[in-house]
Design a protein around this ligand. Sequence first.
Ligand code: SAM
Ligand code: SF4
Length: 337
Amino acid sequence: MINKVPHSAHQLIDQFGRVVDYIRLSITDRCDFRCVYCMAETMTFLPRDEVLSLEECARLVKIFVGLGVSKVRITGGEPLVRKNALWLFKEIGQLKNLNELVLTSNGSQLEKHALDLKNAGVKRINISLDSLDAARFKKITRTGELDQVLRGIRAAKNVGFESIKLNTVLMRGVNDDEAIPLVKFAIEHAIDIAFIEEMPLGDISHDREATFCSNQDTLKKLQNQYPLIASTETTGGPARYWRVANSNTKIGFISPHSHNFCEDCNRVRITCKGELYLCLGQEDKIDLMPLLRDHPNDDQAVIQAILASMAIKPKGHDFDLRRAKPAVVRFMSHTGG
Ligand code: SAM
Ligand code: SF4
């Protein structure tokens, strides 16, 4: 166990000595895509009053930043389909002690919003891209248009974010032959790419064990094609990075199955319902929405609940693809990626 030396502003330290300085906030469970590994074909989304208002989201982020959080990722569902999402980015972007405001998006709305997001203070963007073939892209996302996403990536590149990273989920027999073309695309556009192993979150229609594609295999494939230099960079998460020699591209491998990344975990997740999940792969949570709504003018109850949650942050996840039922019944789009 690594015990980090906490900065004096850090008030979120769990029972294993891990400092929590990073939150991921899902601002909607809705999405314009229905990616096969993320959602079922027909989804029932939450009624509006069961979702945090944007004002409640802003209040929560401010409270977390007051407790020492310095990095906030806005995610979803698709965060940019939420009406007035830009207002929230502007509010968060102004917080004094926040170092990094970042976004995960499917790219569909980026052509419209990239510049405003940059101006609001978003530093980095992760954009999901699982295929460069339009028909296959449609099959994976069920509703997505590849061209629209490529235009979004171009727009993000043009406005000059500090970094852009593609997120790719490879599935055996579906798109696992695209590891090299997708890396080539990333190199050509001088952006990064991360391969995410599929996680057993939510009850979906395909057999995840059959489509599971190990990052170790993907790494071997890429090493045969490109000179890769191992990087010591770490984000406190499950990603391990390699630099492609003579390029501006890093390749990340997010491997919840192959690596035990939990020791350095520095993050918690907040769903669009205001549930504070202490681990992506476990059920331990605290409901913050009732506290926010019962105490509209006093943050103390919320602060105390967040501080107390540190005692129940689990040591690690418990993913196993061979289980008949998903390890965690909630969808990634609910918890936020
Ligand atoms: N809609 C945005 C997007 O697609 O980037 C943000 C939310 S999405 C849930 C965040 C990330 O989670 C995406 O990169 C997606 O590929 C990934 N994801 C969703 N379900 C997953 C699963 N079961 N296993 C691994 N990654 C998953
Ligand atoms: Fe939507 Fe992102 Fe899930 Fe795809 S991965 S369905 S884009 S939330």
